[in-house]
Every structure is written in C-alpha cells, then in structure tokens.
Design a protein around this ligand. Structure first.
Ligand code: 13P
Ligand code: ZN
Length: 277
C-alpha cells in the first residue's frame, strides 16, 4: 500500500481542512504533527528510502528513530487536503537528533513547520507522562486569542472562567489550561516554555497568537481545542450581550461535575473540599 492512500494522510487532510473551515488557520497559520510507530510505517512499501536529510536547530535526541507526519512551513491549510504530498511530510528523527530524514512528502522541496521545536519538545515531555502521546496541534482560534487581550493572563483565573462557561469544559480539560508569556513564534525558547507547561497541561495558550494542544489521537486533540475555543466563544458572546452575569456554574456545581464524570480538577484551581462546609 502507498503511504499517500493511508488513513494517516487522510486524517491529516481532514483535520487541517476542519481547522481551516473554522477560521482558526488563516493563510499558513497552524501546524500539526502525528507520531507513527515502526509497525505502522512498516506496512507501506514506499517508505524504505531517505529522500532528503533536513537539519533541525535543536536537540531531538530523545525522539531518535521516531516517525512524524508533519505539516510543512508556509503551507496553507486550505490546500493541504488537495496537495498532501506537497504540504505534509513523513520524517524520521536521526540518531544524532539534529536532523530528520524525509521518507515521504514535501515533494516541492518543503520542510517541516517553523514550530517544529514546540512540537518535538512537547512530544518529548508528554511521552514521559503518557506513553500513548501521538499528536501536537497548533492553531489560531479567534475567541481564545481575543480573550488573551481582555482577560488577565493567570492560569487559575482563565481555567476557572472557561470551566464555568459550559458544563463540558471541566470534564474535557480538568487540569485547566497553561499560559506562557507572549514570545516570538518559531523559536527554541517558545518551544521550551510550551513543553515545560505540557508537563502539567495538554493545552497551552500563546497570548495574542493561538493555542498548542496535545494528546493521543487527532480527534481527541481537535476536540480539546474545539471545547476550549467554544468556552472562549461563549465568553465573547456574554461580553457582547453586555457582560452582566446573573447566574453561572458555581464551584459546587464544578465539584459535582467532577464527581459525576470521575475527573480530578487541578487542585491549584479548585479544591474538592467546599470552604464553608
Ligand atoms: P508554519 O507555516 O511554519 O507552520 O507557521 C505557522 C504558524 O502558525 C506559526 O506560529
Ligand atoms: Zn501560529
């Protein structure tokens, strides 16, 4: 079977198209990486030779030998589903960790996303807490970016706000969301800051820019971003309706949700012991 016809390329095409249609990836905004296992790669008969070697500017040795299907730098998400072999590539991290071998894709000379440092550093850290870690996704959700201008950039305060915007939030991201300061995109520094947050969170806000999220499958990570952005969209709608909140989900309601859905809220943001009883 040819890799081009695989479910991995199909899923990457579908998700990048969904991200584009949501308006979260204008122009070349956003990037996605998906880890494949050796067994998965071995199923294909057109992945046995290195097409090119591409240097990377940080040490990815902990991922040596791992395979990633990744979107290319400068590629427009509105196009990926029509040109997956041009706009995405399958790479293997070399043993030295300072370059990748291209096995498929980027057939016009392209290279992995400029946010590869944040992706790979996140994969490194998340694999330590979750052996099923597979996906890192970055996009520019409108309402989350807007909120980063109008709300204080405090992880507890933003997490509690988003938990209270809809019953779904606490269940989907009980650990809350991490926030880094505004930093220059595409650098090793933003990669390290993002990956550090990923020790505790699966979602990290990049103020005035977008979101980074990770997890075990494309659908799970996409769903995580959808849920966070929906909560931010409700916040936008509340503000545009005048902003006066007459009733809301309470801390007790959050505790009941946590018990009902068997999730553990981040104890720094919500105590499971009510203060008054
Ligand atoms: P790339 O085109 O290099 O993936 O960059 C897009 C982006 O969103 C940068 O933060
Ligand atoms: Zn971006």
């Amino acid at each position: 079977m040819k890799f081009k016809d695989s479910k991995y390329v199909e899923k990457m095409s579908e998700i990048t198209n969904e991200l584009y249609k949501h308006g979260w990836d204008e122009r070349n905004g956003g990037n996605v990486s998906l880890r494949l296992t050796q067994d998965e790669v071995d199923q294909f008969d057109d992945l046995d030779k290195t097409l090119r070697n591409i240097p990377i500017k940080f040490d990815a040795t902990p991922l040596a030998g791992q395979y990633f299907l990744v979107t290319g730098t400068g590629r427009y998400f509105k196009n990926v589903h029509n040109y997956p072999e041009r706009d995405t590539g399958l790479v293997r991290i070399t043993d030295e960790g300072n370059s990748v071998d291209l096995l498929w894709g980027f057939n016009d000379g392209g290279e992995p996303t400029s946010e590869f440092p944040s992706h790979l550093m996140t994969h490194i850290n998340r694999q330590k807490v979750d052996s099923n870690q597979r996906v890192v996704m970055h996009c520019h959700p409108t309402n989350l970016v807007a909120l980063s201008f109008t709300h204080e950039l405090d992880e507890g305060s933003v997490s509690r706000l988003l938990w209270k915007m809809q019953a779904e939030s606490l269940v989907v991201f009980p650990e809350g969301i991490g926030i880094i300061p505004y930093m220059t995109p595409g650098t090793n520094e933003i990669g390290q800051a993002t990956a550090d947050k990923m020790n505790e969170f699966r979602v990290v806000m990049w103020p005035h820019h977008g979101i980074f999220a990770c997890g075990d499958s494309m659908d799970e990570v996409y769903g995580l971003i959808e849920t966070v952005e929906k909560a931010c969209m409700i916040y936008t709608a509340i503000k545009s309706q005048g902003g006066d909140i007459l009733q809301s989900i309470t801390d007790d309601d959050l505790r009941d949700l946590a018990k009902s859905f068997n999730v553990t809220p981040n104890p720094n943001f919500l105590s499971m012991q009510p203060i008054n009883n």
